[in-house]
Design a protein around this ligand. Structure first.
Ligand SMILES: NC(=O)c1ccc[n+]([C@@H]2O[C@H](COP(=O)([O-])OP(=O)(O)OC[C@H]3O[C@@H](n4cnc5c(N)ncnc54)[C@H](O)[C@@H]3O)[C@@H](O)[C@H]2O)c1
Length: 261
């Protein structure tokens, strides 16, 4: 019997092999959770699960492409066969293709929507029956500030705004079954997804335009674990922006960052 906020709870993290997902996996395991690290990149999932077990935690790696219903169903069934249930689903797997409206191909659109919107749908649909049976569960969808304000690209904006809508819809449908559903909308957070961007001068400008600057994975992880935990028992249907103030302010440049002049 482990101790911690998630002692003996079973937690699936999609896209758990890198960046934010990896940070969630490690944090849930530190707090006593049994973590299923599900990722399209088998080696990355194994690396994260192995690092958890090497530190004395409990984790299993499952190769899973969230765009494929059969792989998602297999991953959830394997989790239930191994651990008996799913307590928490973190719908985190995502990609970004930074394209203009006219530069977005049909293939760009399909790949992004399949991964960032259909993937969370397939995963939630697969875990919901077992959560409903036990009348207990929490789902945290990883959205983005791009679902609230325009800042990245057409298909990404559509998928992340869609996630915020699904969060409200599922919160309504699943509340009578004891399941809470919320989203976290990270702002600019240093992970492999924006590695190229962070090597350009734009990274400094972005940091200066956000009241609290660039985020760290730990900032996002704290919010995700809070919404997944019993502490958030009366919170459902919400999208929490963890963005250093990005979506609450308008940056008009350096001259406008000085007040009382
Ligand atoms: N880093 C940021 O600044 C930021 C900001 C807002 C939102 N987000 C969101 O956070 C989530 C994680 O992003 P990250 O920054 O950690 O990126 P990342 O690229 O470091 O990690 C994404 C992970 O998802 C996996 N993945 C991709 N496609 C998959 C698929 N079809 N099936 C299963 N796994 C798949 C990748 O293999 C990778 O391990 C994404 O949903 C992203 O949109 C990130």
């Amino acid at each position: 019997m482990s101790t911690g906020r998630f002692a003996d709870q079973v937690i699936i993290v999609t896209g758990g092999g890198s960046g934010l997902g990896e940070d969630y996996c490690l944090a849930f395991a530190r707090e006593g959770g049994h973590v299923i690290c599900a990722d399209i990149d088998r080696d990355a999932a194994i690396r994260v699960a192995d690092s958890i077990t090497a530190a004395g935690g409990i984790a299993m790696a499952v190769k899973c492409d969230v765009t494929k219903a059969d792989e998602v169903d297999h991953m959830v069934q394997k989790t239930i066969r191994t651990y008996g249930r799913v307590d928490v689903l973190i719908n985190n797997a995502g990609i970004i293709r930074r394209r203009s409206l006219v530069g977005t191909t049909e293939e760009d659109w399909d790949r992004e929507i399949d991964t960032d919107l259909k993937g969370p749908f397939l995963c939630a649909r697969a875990v919901a029956p077992s959560m409903m049976e036990r009348r207990k569960g929490a789902i945290v969808n990883i959205s983005s500030v791009a679902g609230i304000v325009g800042c990245i690209s057409t298909a990404y904006a559509a998928s992340k705004a869609g996630i915020n809508g699904l969060t409200r819809q599922w919160a309504l449908e699943l509340a009578p079954h004891g399941i809470r559903v919320n989203s976290v909308a990270p702002g600019y957070t240093a992970t492999p997804i924006n590695e190229k961007l962070r090597q350009t001068p734009a990274a400094t400008q972005i940091g200066e335009s956000i009241p609290l600057g660039w985020g760290k994975p730990a900032h996002i992880t704290a919010a995700v674990l809070f919404l997944a935990a019993d502490e958030a028992a009366y919170i459902t249907g919400q999208t929490l922006a963890v963005d250093g103030g990005l979506t609450t302010t308008v940056d008009l440049g350096p001259d406008y960052r000085t007040f009382d002049r």
